[in-house]
Design a protein around this ligand. Structure first.
Ligand SMILES: Cc1cc2nc3c(=O)[nH]c(=O)nc-3n(C[C@H](O)[C@H](O)[C@H](O)COP(=O)(O)OP(=O)(O)OC[C@H]3O[C@@H](n4cnc5c(N)ncnc54)[C@H](O)[C@@H]3O)c2cc1C
Length: 329
């Protein structure tokens, strides 16, 4: 066991907000960092879906900031022009009735899209996209990585950070370390069915977004109500319970049930143009947050929303705190 070995080179798996915040902090400490991301771009669950005619944030809808370090970071994003405050008119649908929301929460969004933040955070980082890390091997105090797409990664690393949802981290650490496996295995993440839709026959509604309670849908939002967006595309999220219970439905079946629910809420869904997305690991995590996990004896760290209360702020802080802990090792 060697906990005092210098860390010169780190691989960060996952370019969501947690991985990016961790990678940036490590790089600012003079550590060489390579980020590997399975998708074609950064941002993870803070993503934006595009088609020829429309675009819409289809993961995180907005974020809040309470911790002074995150408030400071968000200020820097606003100054850089990649985030703004969003002041939606919000309603609540509950017990089959609509009411105004009394929430005074300050809500922020990326501009012009939610994924603008991830793109901004990748500046000056070395990132390989379209690389799914499938296996980690530790030999002679060095990590060697395997990927589905390009096989063995040529570089080796002193430390590996897994900044990916718990079930995906679980698969990677299963045969490596029981402490890491037990933590990932005890996290409970739920799915989310998301529908993006244009309703050509819907009359304009008197709200920008709504929390829906006790229905299979939990949130609807007009993307164009957010700063620097246009168009009339709605993002509609299935509730965590319904989405998880129905995660294996076909897209057509899930869409049918969500449209039926929207109709019962008063939407005119005739001729609706829709696009569906299934988030397998959308929300949830550890029952009791631990912030991040660092295992210096084997050079492994875990960060992400699921270790730190969920949500964008928790994910960003988790990545930062893991990187700071490595400096202090
Ligand atoms: C539908 C939905 C709505 C939400 N709404 C809100 C909201 O309104 N407000 C809020 O604060 N939060 C919201 N959230 C939660 C918020 O999006 C997350 O908390 C946050 O984005 C998580 O960031 P992360 O970096 O921990 O994980 P992720 O964003 O999931 O990043 C992990 C990254 O790792 C990559 N990856 C996974 N496995 C591998 C592998 N083996 N190799 C390489 N790359 C890999 C993934 O592609 C992904 O890019 C929402 C999430 C969803 C899905």
């Amino acid at each position: 066991m060697n906990t005092s070995k210098a860390i010169n080179k780190v691989a960060v798996i996952g370019a969501g907000i947690a991985g990016l915040s961790c990678a940036r902090e490590l790089q600012s400490q003079g550590i060489l960092v390579d980020v590997f991301e399975k998708s074609r771009g950064p941002s993870g669950r803070m993503s934006t879906r595009r088609s020829d005619d429309w675009s819409a944030d289809h993961g995180a809808q907005y974020f809040t900031a309470r911790d002074p370090r995150f408030i400071q970071e968000v200020k820097s994003w606003i100054q850089a022009g990649i985030a703004r405050i969003w002041k939606p008119k919000i309603k609540v649908y509950e017990a089959k009735a609509w009411r105004e929301s009394s929430s005074q929460e300050i809500r922020y969004v990326g501009t012009p899209n939610m994924n603008s933040i991830g793109k901004h955070l990748t500046e000056k980082l070395s990132i390989q996209y379209g690389v799914t890390i499938s296996k980690l091997d530790r030999r002679a105090d060095q990590w060697h990585l395997q990927s589905n797409e390009i096989g063995e990664i040529t570089a080796s690393y002193d430390f590996v950070v897994l900044a990916i949802p718990a079930p995906q981290a679980s698969a990677l650490v299963k045969d490596l370390d029981t402490r890491a496996f037990d933590i990932t295995h005890s996290a409970h993440m739920k799915a989310c069915w998301t529908m993006m839709a244009n309703f050509p026959n819907q009359t304009p509604s008197d709200f920008d977004a709504a929390f829906i309670n006790q229905e299979i849908i939990s949130w609807i939002c007009q993307n164009g109500s957010k700063p620097m967006r246009q168009g009339a595309t709605w993002t509609i999220h299935g509730s965590p319970t319904w989405s998880q219970d129905n995660v294996e439905l076909s897209k057509e079946e899930a869409q049918g049930q969500m449209l039926q629910c929207l109709t019962s809420l008063g939407f005119n869904c005739q001729d609706a143009e829709t696009s569906m997305h299934r988030w397998r690991y959308a929300s949830g995590g550890l029952e009791n947050s631990i912030g991040f996990l660092s295992l210096p004896d084997i050079g492994l760290g875990l960060c992400g929303d699921w270790l730190n209360g969920g949500r964008v702020e928790g994910a960003w802080l988790s990545g930062l705190e893991l990187a700071v802990a490595l400096k202090e090792m």
